[in-house]
Write a protein that binds this ligand. Structure first.
Ligand code: 13P
Ligand code: SF4
Length: 389
């Protein structure tokens, strides 16, 4: 094990054995590597330089790209996917460096799942997730204590959405719970109800409600926990009666889709099929023809016959890409104004190039590293999900 250098509150850099084909890495958080000069790289040379830098690293690097990444970045991904597929890829990746073109919680999850000799790099550390930021470990622990004062905690199983911090994933593992993604939330919820009477679902209220309702749990038995209120803003009776306690968190991108938009698009495009991500509000999910994770949306559109019209309720980069890929189907966004995930958008080709060229020179920039204790229990929670494959 190499030396340990702290660079910020939540990012720690740990030295590791270098791979065979590049120089031993000097681990830096961009210090002396001057990202700013990459802003001046002419656009028309970016593709060639990224290709060259990647080729130079040969099999030492694997690039993972989430479906919401811009085209100019995702085209360099060795593997594309939704959060579930990318976590399998991270667990099985062969390269010494996993460059994650996605957001912070995804890179953290990859770091929890990686093998000991690997390192995970997030090309821009500012690529976070506003939903993941809506649940803080202190608030979650306070919620657990309050719930435990009313209900036997052994009867409550935490189910935590992948879009959460490593600390909350670790809390989940320690308390006997599991992680889920939007592709497997129902399977994980079923697993949880086989082990307990109540589920504490974090941090996306909408995914929790949409999943619970589809499993036959009535809306009355799903309560919302507001971390800024005593007992989450609920009465003790409501807490005792609840089957699912939904953390009051949401995705600012998906919450923009409305029932009125669904009604309007159906009026304007008779026969159109509406498919939305399960992070959308309950009434939007109810009005849609289908609900799917990013991977689920791609599968549904791919399987549909030519001529099908689709209105898609998810991030615009994926919708536009599907529109370009399937020109014999009409794929449009459910929201006429652009719904962009501004944090996913932070990863630019310049950031990717900066990360790759630094690796080629033996510098590891923007490494994401979860401390050992957090990693242990977070891994327990992630493994519970991955075993449900
Ligand atoms: P997926 O699991 O569908 O990729 O969703 C991740 C996400 O952040 C959606 O907002
Ligand atoms: Fe987070 Fe929403 Fe962006 Fe997904 S789309 S990464 S939930 S902010």
């Amino acid at each position: 094990m190499g030396n340990l250098i702290s660079i910020s509150d939540n990012t720690t850099l740990i030295g590791a054995d270098p791979p065979a084909t590049v120089r031993a890495p000097e681990i830096e958080a961009g210090v002396g590597c001057d990202f700013d000069s990459y802003l001046l790289v002419p656009d028309n040379s970016l593709d060639d330089r990224i290709t060259t830098a990647k080729a130079r690293l040969r099999n030492d690097v694997v690039i993972l790209g989430h479906h919401y990444q811009r085209d100019e970045v995702v085209k360099f991904a060795d593997f594309r996917g939704d959060s579930l597929k990318l976590s399998y890829q991270a667990a099985e990746a062969q390269g010494s460096y996993i460059v994650f073109c996605g957001v912070h919680f995804m890179a953290e999850s990859a770091d929890i799942l990686r093998r000991p000799h690997q390192m995970v790099i997030l090309p821009d550390l500012n690529a976070g997730c506003s939903m993941a930021d809506m649940a803080d470990i202190g608030q979650v622990e306070a919620c657990w204590d309050e719930l435990s004062s009313l209900v036997d905690p052994a009867k409550i199983i935490p189910v935590t959405y992948m879009n959460s911090t490593a600390a909350i994933k670790a809390f989940t593992g320690e308390q006997g719970g599991s992680i889920c993604t939007s592709s497997n939330a129902a399977a994980v919820m079923k697993w949880a109800f086989e082990r307990g009477e109540k589920v504490l679902f974090l941090p996306d209220e909408h995914l929790g409600r949409n999943t619970g309702y589809r499993m036959g749990i009535s809306l009355e038995r799903m309560i919302v926990w507001d971390p800024y209120q005593e007992f989450g803003g609920n009465t003790p009776e409501a807490i005792r009666d609840a089957r699912i306690i939904l953390w009051k968190g949401y995705c600012s991108v998906h919450q923009r889709f409305t029932l009125r938009q669904v009604e309007r698009i159906r009026r304007e495009h008779p026969g159109i099929r509406v498919i939305v991500h399960p992070e959308c509000r309950f009434e939007v999910a109810q009005a849609a023809d289908e609900i799917g994770s990013t991977e689920g949306i791609i599968k549904a559109i791919t399987a549909s016959p030519a001529g099908t019209e689709w209105a898609v309720g998810t991030e615009i980069h994926l919708v536009n890409r599907l529109g370009k890929e399937f020109r014999d189907r009409n794929v449009i966004s459910l929201d006429p104004s652009v719904c962009v995930c501004t944090t996913m958008f932070r990863i630019t080709p310049q950031h990717l190039l900066w990360a790759l060229e630094n690796l080629g020179e033996g510098h590891v920039v923007n490494r994401i590293s979860v401390d050992e204790r957090t990693r242990h229990y977070a891994r327990v929670a992630l493994d519970r999900m991955l075993s449900l494959r």
